[in-house]
Design a protein around this ligand. Structure first.
Ligand code: GDP
Ligand code: MG
Length: 163
């Protein structure tokens, strides 16, 4: 089985941009992998000869009975349950938010291997803005720029380390 990496985080932090970077596609694709739920975006990636599956979350229409917040939470839970590794994406330009704390609290209960990718960090990898994300208490921070392709290799080295 290929390792499954889930991308979670609040809207607009750059999850889909990272998904496209990891899968080298422009459009997030919907594929059919045995055993995985089909209402999320799955893609294939490869790093140093290791193939993996990456799962994007949050880009789907809620149904009228659940609403956007519940739907996001549902997708995040399902993606995390399927994942071997979770990449929790945050946004250095907007800074730490209440939603980030909520997601961190949830991830701690999920007992998965979690990495924090601090996105939109092009030109900011030495910025003191980075430090506030230590408050999440989830270990090492990985500054990246999904849009510019920076920090991606070392993020993947860390993500695939123990799998
Ligand atoms: P999602 O809602 O988490 O999937 O976020 P998207 O991938 O749709 O990106 C949200 C916005 O952030 C878009 O306007 C992206 O172009 C922008 N964005 C994504 N990655 C980066 C990045 O590395 N740097 C900057 N400056 N903007 C980014
Ligand atoms: Mg998205």
């Amino acid at each position: 089985m290929k390792p499954v990496i889930a991308l979670v985080g609040r809207p607009n932090v750059g999850k889909s941009t990272l998904f496209n970077r990891l899968t080298k596609t422009r459009d997030a694709i919907v594929a059919d992998f045995a055993g995985l739920t089909r209402d999320r975006h799955y893609g294939d990636g490869r790093h140093n000869g290791v193939e993996f599956i990456v799962v994007d979350t949050g880009g789907f229409e809620p149904d009228s009975t659940t609403g956007i917040v519940k739907e996001m939470a549902r997708q995040t839970r399902q993606a995390v349950a399927e994942a071997d590794v979770v990449i929790f994406v945050v946004d250095i330009r907007l800074g730490l938010s209440v939603q980030d704390h909520d997601i961190a609290r949830y991830l701690r209960t999920a007992q998965k291997n979690v990495l924090i990718a601090v996105n939109k960090a092009e030109g900011m990898s030495e910025s003191p803005m980075l430090n506030e994300f230590h408050e999440l208490g989830m270990g090492e921070l990985h500054p990246i720029s999904a849009a510019h392709g920076q920090g991606i290799r070392s993020l993947l080295d860390a993500a695939l380390e123990g799998v």
